[in-house]
Design a binder for this molecule. Structure first.
Ligand code: ADP
Ligand code: ZN
Ligand code: ZN
Length: 748
């Protein structure tokens, strides 16, 4: 119908629409637009453009990168005046159809603009419209003269002879040569003698793996059952106490995947992606490993992305966002520490990388293994209804035993900097035996608040409904919610008095007390104030490996993943902090924490003890952590959730709204919800709110929310979709932001 309409194209030239009867490319662009956009192929373009190919298109007066999601007949496009794309950017699609399907599902499930989902599958340079990173890295290969050289020709220059011998086997990347102790100077010698040439060299194509440990019977069963489902979709939950050898199960399952010529994707919480963990994979597999985490430079990310996509990388190890990396031959997905909250993306597209990983396995038709010492209640329920298969590792290999757990009721006890006499005694005994102590206190800073003894004034944040934390080094009052900092006042702003003091206990203060109580013993503090560099945790682990008896004091940073073999005494200073957390997952988190914290300690030959200080020794969660296995504890938690209709027995979606003015957000949500009610879509669903969030003001914004909850996932999701559509069509005050959070990990 618009066949002869003159069009403005990229360079402003007037042209006629070509291809009047041909196809229209339907694509997504990286912009907060909830629909797809239609373009004609570039002027003069004749070939088909497969889905997953990038285009350069104009959007308003910007040039942006789009991804083709479909080719449709001209008659199906609703757009009257179609613009041609500026250019087709790829000769091969960058995103395969299965991954496109996963991304489409992600956008729809999490109620997010599709274009912002599609870019998650692109490397940094690809998002900018540049070509993918070249495969291979700069390296060295023998040229014709070099290959023709007699073996003993370089015997006067042994270093060069060694390099020659290596290059006779195969070309080598410079990074590889450096690792083998060959210097650039030696390489230059061969180049200047015209025996070798510089070249981009890809990674080894033959994948090899080293000797596996001989598995325990429990490991063997898990490995056999996982490997029996390789090549088809199946979700396995590997529940194994800390140190029970879950990683060995992963390694042997991955070996089977590689044997089939397929790639494995291994997901870890950010904190576990240490060189130690990587080394475990590298020493088992002689095969290219791509690593993806937030600490990488864009250039490295680009290269590893391409290794994953091309199929060159045998294994891809990464954090949350790696769940979207294209992989040519994906055959197995591992999600380690699947219960970990860091798998949830908390801004932009809010997704659970664990749940997306399961979906990806389903779409791909491969198996996925969710491993944890304390699987999430969601995964536990899925094993109980038979949707997921369940494997348990209940013992540590060899003679290793689990630590003894002891509760100390601190009500009425005299505490010294938060430490009770039973704990202090156990610490002394441990240090005297030459062993190490790990103390856990989940509050950084010197004191969680500062107050005036005279008038009761409390230092609060100007931007948040929160108290400021007192820090001593460097001195200041800090808000842990918005990052605001203030000088410590000399006089009380309330009464001008001088009796200001810290209230409560933080890691800084406990560190000072420990240095006083255990003079001469090294004390390490591990919280986000001291662990500021990427290598900090690694440095700490290296230091304590050789230091002998010492005390390690830290926040939840210490509860995850790392193993401290010389630690035989673990103290939890304040177990109660999580207990009365208003969020419904508070108790689950406490139980996971208490279970995990004990698992950090001990080695085969040295049993450990865990001492838990509490004011609520009779609380069911605290009690069952003592004696019961994780599954029994889950029964308790699950029956509570069932009675309240909460996940995993019910489903939640939360629409949150941030506004500059107090009532604006609430008004907005109220308007949206009112329209929902009139549509009578709310059967079987409870709508809680709109209400202010538990912390009603944060970083200067007023936060409000409305919760949708119901027993049927589909109906909750359907209603959430309606609510998003309504919100999208509302007039919005400037500065107001809203978003939908599906399966939120926090409901408050
Ligand atoms: P998890 O991942 O469950 O915490 P790991 O895989 O790290 O446990 O195993 C803990 C320790 O036990 C490691 O040092 C590992 O080498 C060792 N281990 C695991 N499986 C075996 C086995 N079958 N035989 C001997 N040692 C094992
Ligand atoms: Zn005062
Ligand atoms: Zn603040």
């Amino acid at each position: 119908m618009t066949a002869k309409t003159p069009l403005q194209v990229a360079d402003g030239r007037e042209t006629e629409e070509v291809n009047p009867s041909g196809v229209v490319l339907r694509c997504s662009v990286n912009a907060p637009i909830r629909r797809l956009l239609d373009y004609l192929p570039p002027v003069g373009w004749q070939q088909p453009v497969p889905v997953g190919t990038r285009l350069r298109v104009s959007l308003g007066n910007r040039r942006v990168v789009g991804v083709v999601l479909a080719s449709i007949p001209r008659s199906e496009s609703q757009v009257d005046t179609l613009k041609p794309a500026d250019a087709v950017l790829d000769s091969q699609p960058l995103i395969d159809p299965l991954l496109l399907k996963l991304l489409g599902w992600t956008a729809e499930y999490y109620q997010h603009p599709p274009g912002e989902a599609m870019v998650l599958a692109l490397a940094p340079r690809e998002r900018r419209g540049e070509p993918p990173a070249p495969l291979g890295e700069p390296g060295l290969a023998l040229n014709v003269r070099g290959r023709g050289l007699p073996d003993d020709a370089l015997r006067r220059a042994p270093k060069q002879a060694a390099l020659l011998a290596l290059l006779r086997e195969r070309p080598r990347r410079f990074s590889e040569l450096t690792a083998l102790g060959i210097t650039r100077a030696t390489a230059r010698e061969l180049l200047s003698k015209d025996l070798a040439e510089k070249r981009d060299i890809s990674h080894a194509e033959d994948w090899r793996w080293g000797q596996a440990l001989s598995p325990t019977p429990e490991q063997a069963r898990a490995i056999t059952q996982i490997n029996a489902t390789q090549g088809e979709f199946c979700c396995h939950v590997l529940e194994g106490i800390t140190g029970s050898g879950k990683t060995e199960v992963y390694l042997q399952a991955i070996a089977a995947t590689l044997r089939n010529g397929q790639q494995a994707l291994v997901m870890l919480p950010e904190i576990n992606l240490t060189p130690q963990m990587l080394q475990r994979f590298q020493s088992r597999f002689e095969a290219p490993i791509a690593v993806l985490h937030s600490g990488l430079s864009d250039g490295a990310r680009d290269r590893h992305w391409q290794m994953a996509r091309s199929g060159e990388a045998a294994i891809v190890i990464g954090t949350r966002s790696a769940v979207f990396v294209p992989m040519a031959k994906l055959g197995l997905i591992i999600v380690d520490e699947e219960h970990d909250g860091s798998y949830s993306q908390q801004d932009g597209l809010r997704y659970s990388a664990r749940d997306v990983a399961v979906k990806r396995a389903q779409v791909t038709g491969c198996s996925v293994v969710l491993g944890s010492a304390t699987p999430s209640l969601e995964s536990i329920v899925n094993t109980r209804v038979g949707r997921y298969r369940h494997h348990q590792l209940t013992t540590r290999p060899g003679v290793a035993t689990m630590p003894q757990k002891v509760l100390v009721d601190v009500r009425g006890l005299q505490l010294d900097a938060g430490l009770s006499k039973p704990l202090l005694d156990a610490m002394s005994a441990t240090l005297e035996r030459g062993e190490q102590v790990l103390l856990f206190l989940n509050r950084r800073g010197f004191a969680p608040s500062m107050l005036c003894q005279t008038c009761g004034w409390v230092a609060g944040c100007d931007n948040c409904d929160a108290r400021l934390t007192l820090h001593r080094s460097p001195p200041g009052l800090c808000c842990h919610h918005c990052g605001a900092r203030r000088a410590i006042p000399r006089h009380c702003p309330g009464c001008s008095g001088t009796s200001l003091s810290g209230l409560g206990l933080g890691t800084e203060q406990t560190e000072q007390a420990l240095q006083r109580l255990f003079a001469g013993t090294t004390v390490y503090r591990a919280d986000s104030d001291t662990m500021t560099r990427r290598s900090s945790m690694e440095d700490l682990l290296t230091a304590i490996a050789t230091v002998g008896p010492c005390i390690i004091l830290g926040t939840q940073l210490l509860t995850k993943g790392h193993h401290f073999p010389e630690v035989t005494c673990v103290g939890v200073l304040d177990a109660d902090a999580q207990l009365f957390n208003p969020d419904f997952r508070g108790e689950e988190r406490l139980a996971q924490l208490l279970t995990q914290v004990g698992g950090r300690a001990g080695r085969a030959d040295k049993p450990g003890a865990v001492i838990i200080q509490t004011r609520h020794p009779d609380h069911p969660v605290v009690q069952s952590v003592l004696a019961e296995p994780w599954q029994t504890l889950c029964d308790e938690l699950l029956s509570q959730r069932l009675s309240q209709g909460l996940p995993p027995h019910g489903h939640l979606a939360v629409m949150r709204c941030d506004s500059r003015a107090t009532a604006e957000g609430l008004d907005f949500l109220t308007r949206c919800v009112r329209q929902l009610r009139t549509r009578e879509l709310t059967e079987g669903i409870r709508i809680v709110g709109p209400l202010p969030a538990a912390m009603a003001r944060r970083a200067g914004l007023y936060r409000s929310q409305v919760i949708l909850m119901g027993g049927v996932r589909k109906s909750v999701h359907h209603l959430a979709t309606q609510l998003v559509m309504i919100a999208d069509s509302q007039k919005q005050p400037a500065g107001l932001r809203w978003f939908m959070d599906i399966d939120p990990i926090e409901s408050l």
